[in-house]
Design a protein around this ligand. Structure first.
Ligand code: PXP
Length: 235
């Protein structure tokens, strides 16, 4: 059995499109939890393009499963995390121009300081990296508790041979993570089709998935939403 972390950033993306109060990410988190999510994941970005600090504070109060905060390893974010104390912090690279997180974090020895500052207050630290053996050993060396393998490359590939090659790279990386004793997580670009090959590996303890679940929710919910408005107009 693997855990499912639901990334609800894009509920906030829709809200921020009008700078209003709906849809409310906190409500999305509750529905996700009531339907089997084991964790709620959010990314508080430096530019605050979707999740706001207010969301983080309310989610910390209301989530009944676990809160996983994705963030850059900056002084500002470490301060916020130490204050809010999510269950897990996932350190990710961040670049203002990107549409979404591009590539894994390039871990360096000095990340040890930030990892320690988070662990010191009881936060589990995960690092979001490419399936690269050297990066995994570095993660262990500097004290990470978990590794989230960036599955974005796998998700974007079209060529069957390239896909098989990337899957092999991911599996080999997952085995190394297992040997180190760190928790094995996968995330980014996963959807209802490409998840299957990872599930078959039977090695991941957790998946963090956002966009594809929110994209599907638009259509599973659209019929009812239209029907409700039609009823209001004609009542
Ligand atoms: N894991 C990490 C570390 C991420 O940065 C993201 C995107 O915010 C995800 C998982 C979820 O990716 P997606 O929205 O493509 O499912």
């Amino acid at each position: 059995m693997a855990d499912l972390g639901i990334n609800i950033d894009h509920v906030a993306t829709i809200r921020q499109a009008r700078l209003g109060i709906e849809p409310e990410p906190v409500q999305a988190a509750a529905i996700a939890e009531q339907n089997g999510a084991d964790q709620i994941t959010i990314h508080l970005r430096e530019d605050r393009r979707h999740i706001q600090e207010r969301d983080l504070y309310i989610l910390r109060e209301t989530i009944q499963t676990r809160l996983n905060l994705e963030m850059a390893a900056t002084i500002e974010m470490i301060r916020i995390a130490r204050n809010v104390k999510p269950d897990t912090v996932t350190l990710v690279p961040e670049n203002r121009e990107e549409l979404t997180t591009e590539g894994g974090l390039k871990l360096i020895k000095t990340h040890k300081k930030q990892i320690n500052e988070l662990k010191e207050v009881g936060i589990e630290v995960s690092v979001f990296i490419e399936p690269d053996p050297d990066m995994i050993l570095m993660a262990k060396d500097i004290g990470a508790d978990a590794v989230e393998i960036h599955t974005g490359k796998y998700a974007n590939l079209k060529d069957k041979i390239e896909i098989e090659k990337e899957l092999k790279r991911i599996y080999e990386a997952a085995k190394i993570i297992k040997e180190t004793g760190m928790r094995i997580v996968a995330g980014h670009g996963l959807n209802y089709h490409n998840i299957q090959k990872l599930v078959e590996m039977n090695i991941f303890e957790e998946y963090n998935i956002g966009h594809s679940i929110l994209a599907r929710a638009v259509f599973t919910g659209l019929a009812e939403a239209v029907y409700e408005m039609k009823m209001l107009i004609n009542s």
